[in-house]
Design a protein around this ligand. Sequence first.
Ligand SMILES: [Zn+2]
Length: 174
Amino acid sequence: MAALVPVPKKGSYNTGLSPCRPSTLRALLGEPRGDYGEDCRPVTGPFRSRLVTADVGPFRVTGLDVAVDSLRKVMTAFRKADPEAYASVGTAGMLCARLVRGSAKTISNHSWGTAVDLTFDRRLDVMGDGMVQLGLLRVRPFFQAHGWYWGAGFAREDAMHFELAEETVRRLLA
Ligand SMILES: [Zn+2]
């Protein structure tokens, strides 16, 4: 499932979904902490009581309560529809208060625990190479169905990354 295939054409995925703006998460949940770097730092912000650690099927994650619940639904649907690909899925993490890689000031959505990075066959997809792991392509529709935006659509392709879309965050946290 770690075999590489080209990123699908823009417009063929993330239909009706937008990346979630940090300003939206900040307005609805508060600031994750006071200072950030490239490494994961502890969350000290007001929403930390909403962070949970739980089994979502193939692995355990720590994230925002509504995101973890949604991720469990994604994984349940994935397991039922595609057990072969499901058997190779893992995670490279969900909650991580840090800057977006390569940015000096934009905070990653991982800082609020609403994004997850996936592995297939314990391998990370390489960012920005225009290729995606086959497993990512196969799990993508289940994230789409639950309102998660796929990072393959970012200006710099980040195909291992899925996050609750702007539209979904507004619906779940309104
Ligand atoms: Zn990510």
